[in-house]
Design a protein around this ligand. Structure first.
Ligand SMILES: Cc1cc2nc3c(=O)[nH]c(=O)nc-3n(C[C@H](O)[C@H](O)[C@H](O)COP(=O)(O)O)c2cc1C
Length: 183
């Protein structure tokens, strides 16, 4: 699949078939994470692959009330929970290099986008989920203080196509030379 076609064609999938994800498919999405860019190649990402139906239900209960991704948490055969190791991305010798502090959410975001695009290219669906009780999820999965859960996604074969939310026009977000200045 052509890259721009994959970028434009990927949709958030909230309905899944129960069919299992082949080992090779899972390996390919992990490979996509592996090759994501990161601050000084620190590769702070960690992925917890959740298959156990009991754990999936516990995670589903952590989503915000009315979260449209809720049912996909138990329908999809897998949930991938993306974590980041604290204090390495954006740091040098233990000190943050910029006023932004930890860049782990940026790097794990890049990894998540790689993951979603490759999943889409091989026929698998994803939906990035960020609106949930992170502390509870960390507790359920036994994530240590040295890492944090950033976002998660179900992974499986789409049962329906996702709708395409409207995008801003390029002219609405591109400035020329100075903030707010239109070219
Ligand atoms: C950081 C982040 C958090 C998100 N959290 C949720 C969520 O909690 N529940 C949900 O259903 N979708 C969530 N989404 C999916 C967005 O709603 C979706 O990407 C957006 O509406 C654009 O649709 P598309 O992905 O089909 O292009 C999230 C997306 C991102 C990038």
């Amino acid at each position: 699949m052509d890259l721009i076609e994959a970028i434009k064609g990927r949709r958030s999938i909230r309905k899944y078939k129960p069919d299992p994800v082949p080992e090779e498919g899972l390996r390919m999405v992990m490979e996509a994470v592996r090759w994501a860019p990161s601050w000084a190649n620190t590769q702070c990402w960690e992925v917890i692959v959740v298959k156990d139906p009991k754990v999936k239900s516990e995670l589903a209960a952590c989503l915000s009330k009315g979260n449209p991704a809720s049912s996909s948490m138990t329908d999809a055969p897998l949930i991938l929970v993306l974590c980041g190791i604290r204090g390495i991305s954006g740091y040098y010798k233990g000190e943050p290099k910029t006023e932004k502090g930890d860049w782990l959410r940026f790097d794990t975001g890049l990894a998540m986008q790689n993951l979603c695009l490759v999943a889409h290219a091989i026929g698998l669906g994803t939906v990035i989920v960020g609106n949930f009780d992170h502390r509870k999820v960390e507790e359920i999965l036994g994530v240590p203080q040295t890492s944090e859960v950033v976002a998660l996604t179900p992974l499986g074969y789409p049962a329906t196509e996702g709708s395409t939310p409207k995008r801003k026009d390029i002219s609405e977000f591109v400035y020329s030379d100075h903030y707010g200045k239109k070219g």
